[in-house]
Design a protein around this ligand. Sequence first.
Ligand code: BG6
Length: 488
Amino acid sequence: MGFKEGFLWGGALAANQCEGAYLEDGKGLSVPDMLLGGDVNTPRTFCPQTVEDAFYPSHDAIDFYHHYAEDIKLFAGMGFSTLRLSINWARIFPNGDDEEPNEAGLEFYDKVFDECKKYNIEPLITLCHYEIPWAIVTKYNGFTDRRVVDLFVKYATTCFKRYKDKVKYWLTFNEINCATIGEDTAPLYGLGMIDRDLLNATEPITFDKFKYDSQLRFEALHNEFVASALAVKAGHEINPDFMIGNMICHITWYPYTCNPKDMLACQEKDSMFNDFCGDVQVRGEYPEFALNYFRKNGIDYSFITEEDKAILKEGTVDMYTFSYYMSNCVTTDPDVETTGGNLIGGAKNPYVKASDWGWQIDPDGLKYTLKKLSSRYPGLPLMVVENGFGAFDKVEEDGSIHDDYRIDYFRSHIKAMREACDDGVNLIAYTTWGPIDIVSAGTGQLAKRYGFVYVDRHDDGTGDFSRSTKDSYYWYKKCIESNGQDLD
Ligand code: BG6
């Protein structure tokens, strides 16, 4: 038992967090280019005008744009059989609604995919990893405008046609369920929507100023479901062998106590955060609990037209993919201590440890989630497309980096996946986040390092972008060589 033969092992990156070259070769601005850096105690800020001398982490990121060949060679050195990357939409359609795609942008990804193929690395490509072109935000208010569905489908179709012989595995929207969170930057990142007043700001704004209309937010999410389904359908017409998946930020929720009220609150959270979007994309219809949520919260869901219902049914995904970093607890007691998390935090679990960013380390939660998904969507191939440990790394005098904490994290999570496979879960791939240090999406930090490969780049903008391997690099290589058996 354990991992199947041909299991795909690799790592995952997002264009905006690694490429840099933010205006090179005709690329337009995208949402992350408008965000300044922060840290664990200081939220990132946003400014629609460029703030001079400020540090924008995505503008140079780790300069993957010019280092891709070196980086892919390093990944091949660990034995990767897949690499998850995203295409930055604004590299292909700089303004989102351009008549013709930007050839230089298309050529860049040709080169990247060819480099992967050289080492038999199968690209796994996210079409939109929070990289909505900024012009789509200013001109259309993102997916709140139905015309953006067509713009996305045109972009997706352009990519499918161009790379049909180079890419088999595709994901439509990264963590589409982040749009169910009505705060912070989640709807801006995920849907490209923003309060119109904020577009006039000339100074950096903190996220507590972000206010989103729930009606509009769920309409925008619906448009994104439709865009995703139309893309799936178009992709299959272009190449019937394509495997096209959704991508959900999955957070395992536990009731903080056995108080039945906690259990009910937990069920609600699990349904609306984890299951809602997956159900729409896998089953092709809104689950009853989501419609009930709309009714109870005064959301008029007449935007789900008969025509759209047919589109959702025709564009169901071929596989379910998700990110998993941690679990969180749900409580109805306002006095319980809370902790941070990916997109959202929760009540602190006394039984597990946490990272320096408060993300709770819980491999059993991953096993639980895999088994839950396997019975929710029987037979559907599953991929864990993000899982990793953000930590401060220390470079020793001789240049070595002893990241045992990261190895521990991966060891326990891979073991949990293996156990789930033993229990019959149809898991086909695992891509760690991120195999090389990159910009953190949540805090904008480079100091929050995830990689097996270290990058000399820092939050004050210093560093020469040189790459070096950490202890975990050799550990993961061994793990891959043994198809996940050797975890010592
Ligand atoms: C996921 C995102 O939610 O979490 C990634 O898809 C992100 O883009 C990752 O980088 C880790 O979060 P962070 O905030 O540590 O970068």
